[in-house]
Design a protein around this ligand. Structure first.
Ligand code: HEM
Length: 403
């Protein structure tokens, strides 16, 4: 394996432009052993075909308990005591537990049901843009990209609107965890998040409503379909995954359009392009930079490497989506690109449950922004933009705009 120095993959300076590093790995070391910020070792998979195969490959487990090597479980990120229940979420489990948990909620996220939210999402987008447009400036993340998906997922679950700021604060801390020290720092937030959700479940048990939390509580009460730990883990996963990703697509997508003014003009001239445009923005920005952990169940021959049993493997979606073997001019932005079989929403059994919702939110958010703000531009030099710390997600801290 060639000697390539791995940067700190969670560092905001790396997040600003990780693509040259991934391009080098695709050419020189398509399966690359790297040290993660939390000192674990991971095998990074960077080519499109390999990442697509990895996400569907049953030889890799999501649940570390299914990849025990020499009597020892793979190392998982350190979590303070008491947070074990959080690992009982569908994304960190294998079938049959994964399928059982996914079944309980998948109906709420089908394209047909999600389409019913169109009017509400449009009203939210319009309402959030009014004040920034009057003021002629916006910090797009705080004004628009964040509150839109956070409100939608909170309303779907049944989290009262006055609590939305709090749950975002907690989930923000949670997704920034990339090392043991981060976990320690995030512990109070995580603890508050879990306690809050337990309280909400108790309320709905006493006073059922027409929301997803009530439906989940009913499933728990029905007996063997969902236990209490799984209930909390589901709440944290849906609330967090439901907005921490889409915020990055909306803000990162707006930035990508500003960086490619000819494509922005094209979308203004051809608003019907919005569905394809969002697919291209998904590919280009890859808001989930890496798929989450997978562990080799056995010694596995994969893409020319022998990955030992118990090893941690990460498919780099942001790299697969820029693979020159798969996409023409992969670093360019072409809003009409077709076909566009990107991996931004994953592949295989853990394919994004919220994909129809994420797509609709982004189509409305970006379509509305482009239509209502004809004079949109960056209010700071591009080099001054700040990126968030974290391994799996890639997103802007803030996006100051003039409009
Ligand atoms: C632009 C926005 C989004 C992106 C880029 C995104 C991306 C992804 C990706 C890549 C995965 C698979 C991870 C893996 O295999 O390791 C995933 C899974 C998941 N996503 Fe999303 N997501 C987005 C929005 C949402 C929304 C709005 C929800 C709403 C609830 C959601 C809920 C989930 C859940 C529950 C899973 C786990 C599915 C499973 O394990 O079966 N996501 N997402």
């Amino acid at each position: 394996m060639p000697q390539i120095a791995a940067p700190d993959l969670a560092d905001p300076r790396f997040k600003a432009d990780p693509h040259p590093f991934y391009a080098r790995l695709r050419t020189e070391a398509p399966v690359f052993r790297a040290a993660l910020p939390d000192k674990r070792e991971a095998w990074l998979v960077t080519r499109y075909d390999d990442v697509a195969a990895l996400l569907k490959d049953g030889r890799f487990a999501k649940d570390p308990r299914n990849a025990v090597a020499h009597g020892r479980r793979p190392k998982t990120p350190w979590l303070p005591p008491g947070f074990g229940p959080l690992s009982r979420n569908m994304l960190d489990l294998d079938d049959p537990d994964h399928a059982r948990l996914r079944m309980l909620v998948h109906k709420a996220f089908t394209p047909r049901l999600v389409e019913g939210l169109r009017g509400r999402i449009q009203a939210l987008a319009d309402g959030l843009l009014d004040a920034p447009l009057r003021a002629g400036r916006s910090e797009l993340v705080a004004d628009y990209a964040l509150p839109l998906p956070a409100t939608v997922i909170a309303e779907l679950l049944g989290v009262p609107s006055e609590d939305q700021r709090r749950f975002h604060r907690w989930s923000r801390r949670t997704v920034a965890v990339a090392s043991g020290r981060d976990a320690l720092r995030a512990a109070p937030a995580l603890w508050a998040y879990m306690r809050y959700l337990r309280g909400l479940f108790a309320q709905r048990r006493a006073e059922p409503r027409d929301d997803l939390i009530t439906a989940l509580v009913r499933a728990e009460e029905a007996g063997d379909r969902l236990d209490r730990d799984e209930l909390v883990a589901m709440g944290v996963l849906l609330l967090t995954a439901g907005h921490e990703t889409t915020v990055n697509l909306i803000a990162g997508g707006a930035l990508a359009l500003l960086e490619h003014p000819e494509q922005l003009d094209r979308l203004r001239r051809e608003p019907d392009l919005i569905e394809r445009a969002v697919e291209e923005l998904l590919r280009h920005t890859s808001p989930v930079e890496m798929a989450t952990e997978r562990y080799a169940r056995d010694d596995v021959e994969f893409a020319g490497a022998t990955i030992p049993r118990g090893a941690l493997v990460l498919g780099v979606l942001a790299s697969a989506n820029r693979d020159e073997r798969r996409f023409e001019s992969p670093d360019g932005l072409d809003l009409g690109r077709e076909p566009n079989r990107h991996l931004a929403l994953g592949r295989g059994p853990h394919f994004c449950l919220g994909a129809p919702l994420a797509r609709l939110e982004a189509q409305i958010a970006i379509g509305t922004l482009v239509r209502r703000a004809p004079d949109l531009r960056l209010a700071v030099p591009p080099g001054a933009l700040r990126w968030r710390r974290g391994l799996f997600l890639r997103g802007l801290e803030d996006l100051p705009l003039a409009c």
